[in-house]
Design a protein around this ligand. Structure first.
Ligand code: NAP
Ligand code: HSE
Length: 426
């Protein structure tokens, strides 16, 4: 029987899961693929670290031993980061190897070059695990939904932040404790700033938008705001409004350009995304033929992510068996503009501390009116003789008008603090 040998770059959370899962499925490989998949070498950073269940003879800290090994046909990159990951992937492709990667940081910025190189070399470059962990989303977009004109891709695409927001909302846990737990569970990136500041989700939105709209969207095109400023007070208001707060990634293909952003949003509890809890992710898609479609599952962690990586490895192995690698490469054949963020329309929840005296509310309403911001509702519940907490929810307005209105409000003596500005899903 044919043995397909792979080189694994990285043996952390995901790499360990991939190694285990390949072992768990070894008995069915012959029947489903017609070949056995074998991990031949594993690249790690610290060669001396003790690794339970791993033959030390498999380990190397020199990536050239994998790229230059003629027996290795598939390189699986689960080391993360930009370099040396990019160099190793490029060298592997140029050496005629097929590559599977979970590295959204790299793909969201250098995806075009990697895919073009794979195409030139007639090799597969697959990255299902790069978006939403275990949820199949790249392959559905590139293949199953290829007959659609897709105008919207949105969802919860970061497990760490969804876990943190769920724990804060349901258990009253504080932010730091919830983040620590998410790190222990293997959901967070090596630097969790990427999760909590929305950067990880923005990379996933860039990748999904590029594939869905057939036009390259890179990380820097995505407006990004994280969850670090969400307070227990905001959560209390969300509950009062029968809503939850979720970090959403939103990409739309509109007549005047692509809109792409990641930000916390108040979402009514009846919305299907409101019930996506813990490290689960979900992605909504709207296409002209399929109408609405939603994908749900675990967005992070050892085995869910390994599920996506091993699925890709099996796909490559099948292509190798049939001599057809490099079939599906870059699908960005358009060059659509990305809309300036100020032109995008959103509704806003604004919580502020104001002087408690007649005329203050009227002055605030005047500022909004002068900046083309229409108010949907006003709540004032917590007052003392000196200060009142005022919550204003607006209709949809261009981001640039809201920014100008907030700048003006911040300069007013009667406004002590703008405590929160959160977008609201309408
Ligand atoms: P991780 O736990 O930090 O593991 C990284 C692994 O790569 C470690 O084994 C490390 O070696 C090795 N490594 C890192 N830099 C290296 C270098 N320069 N040379 C040699 N080896 C190096 O990371 P992870 O959570 O598994 O994530 C891996 C990738 O999957 C990232 O791109 C991440 O964004 C992506 N991803 C992760 C998840 C998740 O839930 N964790 C989900 C989807 C995608 P040592 O063991 O010696 O330190
Ligand atoms: N850190 C990422 C998350 C891993 O929390 O979703 C999956 O990409």
């Amino acid at each position: 029987m044919n043995n397909i040998k792979i080189g694994l770059l990285g043996l952390g959370t995901v790499g360990t899961g991939v190694y285990k899962l390949i072992g768990m499925r070894s008995d069915i490989m012959e029947k489903t693929i017609g070949a056995q998949i074998e991990v031949k070498r594993i690249l790690v950073h610290n060669i001396n670290k003790k690794r339970e269940g791993i033959d030390p003879a498999l380990l190397t800290d020199n990536w050239r031993e994998i790229v230059e090994d003629e027996e290795i046909q598939i390189v699986v990159e689960v080391m993360g980061g930009m370099e040396p990951a990019k160099t190793v992937i490029m060298e592997a492709l140029r050496a005629g190897k097929n590559v599977v990667s979970a590295n959204k940081d790299l793909i969201a910025e250098e995806g075009r070059e990697l895919l073009d190189t794979a195409q030139e070399e007639g090799r597969d470059f697959l990255f299902e695990a790069a978006v939403a962990g275990g949820i199949p989303i790249i392959r559905p977009l590139k293949q199953c939904l290829a007959g659609n004109d897709i105008d919207t891709v949105m969802g919860i695409v970061n497990g760490t932040t969804n876990y943190i927001l769920t724990k804060m909302f349901e258990d009253g846990m504080d932010f730091e404790d919830a983040l620590k737990k998410a790190q222990e569970l293997g959901y967070a990136e090596a630097d969790p700033t990427a999760d909590i500041e929305g950067l990880d989700a923005a990379r996933k939105v860039a990748i999904m938008a590029s594939i869905a709209f057939h036009s390259r969207v890179v990380f820097s095109d995505v407006y990004t705001q994280g969850i670090t400023k969400i307070t227990a007070r905001d959560i209390a208001y969300a509950k009062e409004f029968d809503s939850v707060i979720k970090l959403l990634g939103v990409a739309k293909n509109t007549e005047d350009g692509i809109e792409a952003g990641v930000y916390p949003m108040m979402l009514h509890k009846d919305h299907p995304l409101a019930s996506v809890r813990d490290s689960f992710n979900a992605v909504f898609i709207h296409g002209d033929a399929v109408d609405d479609a939603m994908f749900y599952g675990r967005g992070a962690g050892e085995m869910p992510t390994a599920s996506a990586v091993v699925g890709d490895v099996i796909d490559v192995a099948r292509d190798l068996q049939h001599g057809c690698t490099g079939r599906i490469s870059c699908t960005c054949y358009k060059e659509l503009p990305v809309k300036a963020w100020g032109e995008v329309k959103n509704a806003f929840f604004i919580r502020m501390q104001v002087r408690n005296q007649p005329g203050v509310l009227a002055a605030i309403a005047k500022v909004f009116g002068e900046h083309k911001v229409s108010i949907a509702r006003v709540v004032q519940e917590h007052t003392n003789p000196d200060a009142a907490e005022l919550v204003i929810v607006t209709e949809k307005v261009k981001e640039k008008y809201m920014e100008n209105a907030l700048d003006k409000l911040k300069s007013m003596d009667s406004i002590y603090e703008i405590s929160s500005v959160i977008r609201e899903y309408v």
